[in-house]
Structures are given as C-alpha cells and as structure tokens.
Design a protein around this ligand. Structure first.
Ligand SMILES: Cc1cc2nc3c(=O)[nH]c(=O)nc-3n(C[C@H](O)[C@H](O)[C@H](O)COP(=O)(O)OP(=O)(O)OC[C@H]3O[C@@H](n4cnc5c(N)ncnc54)[C@H](O)[C@@H]3O)c2cc1C
Length: 535
C-alpha cells in the first residue's frame, strides 16, 4: 500500500527554476542542524533551510535538560546501562557507549559558546529524571533549557561567515541522480521553487508529533523529513515507536503544553473526574511509574470514567512553593482561569518524541549516498524501543557534530561543477487541485491518535490502514502549490509507515503497546522493522 507514494511531490523543470549551489546543505535549523553547521570548516559554504523561523523547533521547546555524566560520583557505565534498560533490548550498544562518553565534551562546548546552564553552589546544577540512576541532567532557565541552548547556538551559527540561513523555506524533496543525493527542492514565498545543488546534504528535520491529534510538538513537527527521505529511497526504521508524554495540558483552544513530570515528583496527585486517585491500582510506584505506564493508566481511567481527561491535583501542597517551582505552568493555566495551587489541572497523554526515523550509522551516514541525518528524524540505535529522558538533545548534538564533520570531509573531495544533474521526475504539470485539506488533516490526526496511540490492536490498526490508504489514493497523486498540501501529503506517508510497523510488531515492547499481544516476545521480535521505497 505504501508503494503509492510518488517520487516527487511536484513537477519541476531545471530550465524554469533558479539554481543555487552549496558545499553542504542542511535541512532543519534545530539543535541537530545547527550543530552540524558548526562542524563544517569555514572554508566550505553551508546553507541551512528551515520551514519556519529558527526559533520554531522541538529544540526550542525542550524543558528538562541534557543528560551527561558530570558528577564525579556518577559513571559512564551507569548512564549506558540506564539507556540500555529503557531501550528494552533494541538499543545499539556501541552507539549508546559513543553518545554517553562524548556527552561531557558536547556540554562543554555549549558552555564555551555562551549557554548559561543553571548553577548550584558555583557548579552545574544536575537534575535527575525518571530512569536515570544518578543526578546528571544539566538544565537552563529552570524548565526552559531548549530556549537558552538554542539562543546560544543560533547566535554562534549566525556569527559564522560561511553559514547562510533561509528561514520560512520549505523543503519538498531531496534531488537524486547518478545514484546519490544531489541536493533538494526548496520553496519559499519570495523565490518560489529553487533547485539547491549540494555536494553533501544533512537531514535534521525533527519529529512527527503533529501526525497525532494530541501532541507536545510545535506546528513544524509534521514528519516532513521522514517522508522526504522515504520518497528518495533512504531506509527508515523503528517507525512504530512513538513516545507519549502522560501529562499534556488539555484545555480546548489552548496549545497542548507539556506539564513536566517534576510536578508529580513534587507530590502532585493524578485524580479522575470523581476525585479518585487511580495510579496505585495500576502500578505500586503510583504517580512516579514510568511514562508509558502512566500514559496507559490515564487512557484506561478516561475510558472508565467516560471523560476526556484526568487531573493533576496540587491543592494539598504549599501554594507559595508550588508557584515558585512552576512559574511557567502557573501562568499558562492562569490564562484559562485555573489557579494551580487550588484548582485541578486537566491533562491527558500526547505524542512527544519520534524514536523511529531515517537509519543512520554512528557518523550520521544514511543508506543513500550523499545524504546524512541527525537528531529526532533519525533512528540511530540510541533509544531502542523507549527513549531515556533527556537523551535526545544529546543525540542531536553528538550526531550533528559527526554528520557535519564527515559531510564536510566528503564535500571537500568533490570538485565544484555548477551543473544541474539530469533528474528523473515523471510528474507533469497539472492544474492545482482543491480539497478541504484541514478536514483531511484533522481526520488523519484523530484516526492516528485512536488507532496508533498509547494502545494499539490489530483491528484498529487494520481499519486505520484501510482508511489512510483510501485518502492516499486521492491526496498523494494531486499537485498542491502550498505548504499545507505538501505537509498533508507527508503526514499521510508517515502515518502509513507508523501504522504498518505497528501492525507488523505483534508484541509489546517499550512505548509500543499491543493490547492483543501484551507480552514482550524476544524469540520473534528482538529485531528492527525497516522500510525502503521500491523503484
Ligand atoms: C515540549 C518538549 C519538551 C522536550 N524536552 C526535552 C528535554 O528536556 N530533553 C531532551 O533531551 N529532549 C527534549 N525534547 C525532545 C527534543 O527537544 C527533540 O528531540 C530535539 O530538540 C530534536 O532536535 P532536532 O534538531 O532533531 O529537531 P528540531 O529541533 O525539531 O528541528 C527541526 C527543524 O527542521 C525544520 N524543518 C522540518 N521540516 C522541514 C521542511 N520540510 N523544510 C525545511 N525545514 C524543515 C524545522 O523548521 C526545524 O528548524 C522535548 C520535546 C518537546 C516537544
């Protein structure tokens, strides 16, 4: 069914569009993309394209922090083992070791570039999060780490004379010819379509949370890079593993803000609409059980009480301490008339982190020659079947640095040619077709949420696959002339891959919970599911 996906979203002819040449093209300006840009020597040109402004990325929204062994009492072996335990047998041990051992160096350079991490008694304040056996999370601005890290990294990247950024520039597709990636087709409102030819290309397009109705991810996270790589023939894997965050603010009309698990750490109780505390009936660790356990318990309790959410109750805690510890959440809730020291906060789970993505080796090399990838759009083998908290910004830093450096070395070995490579694009110009895109987008998000959300089963997945296949049948062959159409086409492709992988994996592992196969089945499933588009 996934074979319906056309090679390119739109027709283009090299004689009718402007051309641009660069040594290294980086698609995505989040932490992974900018770290990659900073790894390219100043003698080589770098073009970074982002579909929105540089501040709109999952990286900017990151709250808790970045994991690294920095306390003399902590050990690399413990961070490695915590990561492997979380990954439920599917982590690549070599990759885990590499990332964990490199973390202090990557944090050190962020500090050198001006990141102000929170301090305690003159040294870095180290937090602890679920699944970590030690205090090892550096954070900034309390719970706004991404904002501060991105401020410093954006400043650093913009100060580089060889790095050019195109904001509000949407990448539609990778260009492939002569058996390799040759650059990308990029559109913006000022220039229209541009063929960007690059000696090496690095994909850093982030996550896919927007494919789900409930998500912590910003609008830009529509999984474009996953669909783009798939159309170009690169391998993707682990697409069934979407991590859900259990407590996302649920107020109609508000953005779905993440309510940090630190709130439960401070004693907040989860209650249902009747005021019953329910977590202990599901897990002896109660509110502090792992994220996937809490997410499943919440969904079950919502069903039992026939109510669209559950609530966090902090009314038994000291009001002054609550306000001081959670100023951001207090002010967001206050906008909707909720006083978090007195009123219950409505929450439900939401899609949070896409574990699956473009297959990369430990240098960020994909299976398509000339294409590299880093960050949330990849499957590097670090997370396995479940991501350990605060390991993902770290992954973006480590793989961004590797991919940028390696891509630069390979770009340096290629002569400048300033020639357009012959491309095979079978698409012909047709009239732009109109459809109620918002209607399909909302229906898709709802369907994926219900069928491939916190709990899955064969019947629900099969029904969703059939419906999405039907939508693909008339949406994918159409030609659109704006971002909303292209994003919808990408979201449909990503949804197909998620659902297909979730159907195939007939077991429960990590974040993938099959109600019809509730046990982990190592005999059959201690392996990855990969996809590659056939020609
Ligand atoms: C609310 C929240 C809190 C989080 N907290 C933490 C935390 O505390 N610690 C942690 O380790 N992780 C955390 N994460 C996860 C972490 O933020 C992400 O995994 C990480 O930032 C991903 O970085 P990235 O560079 O791969 O992608 P992003 O930062 O998402 O950047 C993607 C970039 O790609 C661009 N892009 C996408 N599609 C296109 C296209 N078609 N054309 C052009 N450009 C495109 C976007 O514009 C953007 O610039 C959190 C995530 C969220 C949402």
């Amino acid at each position: 069914m996934i074979e319906r996906v056309p090679r390119y979203l739109v027709p283009f002819h090299p004689k009718r569009v402007p051309h641009r040449f660069t040594d290294v093209l980086i698609i995505g300006g989040g932490l992974a993309g900018l770290r990659a840009a900073l790894a390219v020597p100043e003698a080589q040109s770098v073009l970074v394209v982002t579909k929105s402004n540089l501040r709109q990325s999952n990286s900017s929204y990151a709250q808790g922090g970045i994991a690294s062994v920095l306390d003399p009492e902590d050990r690399f072996e413990d961070h490695i083992s915590d990561t492997l335990v979380a990954g439920c047998g599917l982590c690549d041990r070599e990759v885990v070791e590499m990332v964990v051992r490199e973390a202090p160096e990557r944090i050190g350079e962020l500090i050198e570039w001006g990141t102000l991490f929170d301090q305690q008694a003159g040294s870095l304040a180290l937090g602890r999060e679920g699944g970590h056996s030690h205090h090892r999370i550096v954070h900034a601005l309390g719970d706004a780490t991404g904002k501060e890290v991105m401020r410093a990294v954006i400043d650093r990247a913009l100060s580089r004379p060889n790095v050019e950024t195109w904001e509000n520039a949407f990448t539609l597709d990778l260009l492939t010819g002569d058996g390799r990636c040759q650059g990308a087709l990029v559109w913006d409102a000022v220039h229209g379509m541009v063929l960007v030819w690059s000696k090496q290309t690095i994909l850093c397009t982030g996550g896919a949370g927007q494919v789900y109705r409930e998500t912590t991810n910003p609008e830009v996270a529509t999984g474009d890079g996953l669909a783009i790589a798939y159309r170009a023939g690169a391998e993707l894997r682990d697409m069934e593993f979407m991590q859900f965050h259990p407590t996302v603010l649920y107020i109609a009309g508000s953005s779905r803000s993440l309510i940090t698990e630190a709130m439960r750490g401070e004693g907040a109780r989860l209650v249902d609409r009747n005021g019953n505390r329910f977590m202990e009936a599901f897990d002896p660790r109660g509110e502090l059980a792992p994220r996937d356990v809490v997410s499943r318990a919440i969904v079950t309790q919502m069903e039992r009480t026939r109510h669209p959410c559950v609530y966090l109750d902090l009314s038994h805690l000291d009001p002054a301490a609550v306000r001081a510890r959670f100023p951001g959440i207090a002010s967001t809730c206050a906008e909707f008339g909720i006083d978090i020291t007195r009123d219950w906060i409505p929450v439900r789970p939401g899609a949070h982190y896409m574990i699956g993505g473009v297959t990369v080796d430990n240098t960020g090399r994909t299976t398509l020659s000339g294409l590299w990838a880093a960050g949330e759009c990849t499957s590097s083998g670090l997370h396995g079947a479940n991501r350990l908290a605060s390991n993902s910004l770290l992954e973006g830093l480590v793989f961004g640095a590797h991919a940028g450096a390696r891509a630069a070395v390979e770009a340096a070995a290629i002569e400048d040619s300033y020639r357009a490579v012959p491309l095979a694009n079978a698409r012909q110009e047709e009239g732009v077709e109109t459809l109620d895109l918002a209607d399909i987008r909302n229906s898709l998000k709802s369907l994926v949420w219900h069928s491939a959300g916190v709990r899955r089963d064969r019947d629900g997945l099969l029904e969703a696959a059939e419906t999405i296949d039907h939508w693909c049948g008339y949406v994918l062959p159409r030609q659109f002339d704006d971002v909303s159409g292209w994003e919808l086409q990408n979201m449909l492709t990503v949804a197909q891959l998620i659902i297909d992988a979730a159907l195939q994996r007939e077991e429960t592992r990590g974040v993938h919970f099959r109600t019809d196969f509730p046990a982990q089945d190592d005999a059959r499933w201690l392996r990855r599911i990969a996809f590659q588009r056939g020609e």
